[in-house]
Design a protein around this ligand. Sequence first.
Ligand code: SF4
Length: 385
Amino acid sequence: MNLQAKAVHTPPLGLYLHVPFCARACDFCNFYQEAPRRAELDRYLAGIERELQLRPIERPVDTVFWGGGTPSLLAAKDLERLGNAVLGALPQAPEEWTIEMAPSTVKADKLAVLRELGVNRISMGVQSFDPVLLDRLGRSHLPKQVYHAIDLIRAAGFENLNLDLIFAVPGQTLEAWEADLREALRQEPQHLSTYCLTFEEDTALWVKLQKGQTTKLSIEDESDYYTRAWEVLGEAGLPQYEISNFARPGFACRHNLNTWAMHEWLAYGPSASGQFGGRRWTNAANIDQWLEGVESGQMAEQEIVLLTAESMLADALVFGLRMNAGVDLEELQGCFGVPLPSTVAGLFRDLVEEGLMVQEGPRVALTLEGRLLADRIATAILEAL
Ligand code: SF4
């Protein structure tokens, strides 16, 4: 069944905007990025203004998320231009507006502009408070820049701060990971995201791994790092709501909740992915190709997928089960208008028997052991469909 043919209630709408500039590539990162040259920045800003005209926004947007890249590399006047372009395209101001910031790029004049625009959530890529681990990750900031950035963010009046941390870094002990968690907690963020280091192909860390110059933890050892974080953060009043995400009550990231529930979000900028009107797409991950598409009015969209009710149900299950609250099977079936295949119901019965899932009425959720195996369970769900 094609979703375009099905009358559904109006779901929340998000807007993702990708700013593809980084001062340098971190050793673990394979995101699309460009060096921030003035001419490229100007072409990019003009391209976004054009793209916003080409994809008019006809209903209120609940959440805006500026990701990258490093959106905070933009100068205050560029952030202002970008923000005004977005606001000019929206029927009304969003309720949640997040910007990703790198510690070394946080400046008072940028924060003042962001506050004025209505940005109300800052997500900062700290990764670690340990200078040795930061160096191993190829990050270009020092711990003292993190503390200074947090002071500036608080002084500017932002009350919703997320810090990103990375664990299972080569040479990082469990004790060092706990020290990072406790140092992050001392900063009193409303939200923490913790990511297990992955060795993405063609990154500097991946090359080192291939040459035997670094090592990778086993999946069993990684589990210890996951559970240590879950214990420490839970005890500190920052409960887990998704495998990688922890928040004080009321501070879960609404933009991400919207995407994990398979609602709709628009996408602007090179390499941004969107889901809207029964289709999913990714803009060209190349500023020239993206601009060519925008300037010609023929958007350079790639990896276009026409969504079916069955594929949406599958994705909502996979992403929903990563959340501690799990999913309401009756609600999902009603939302997408298709029944849960008997193969998936059988798989869920097996997971309950193995202690990896709990079921209460129509709601199913993974147990702690199940969340540690979420990737394998996701594969099993997709195979069962
Ligand atoms: S981790 Fe962030 S700052 Fe580092 S290269 Fe990737 S996108 Fe840029």
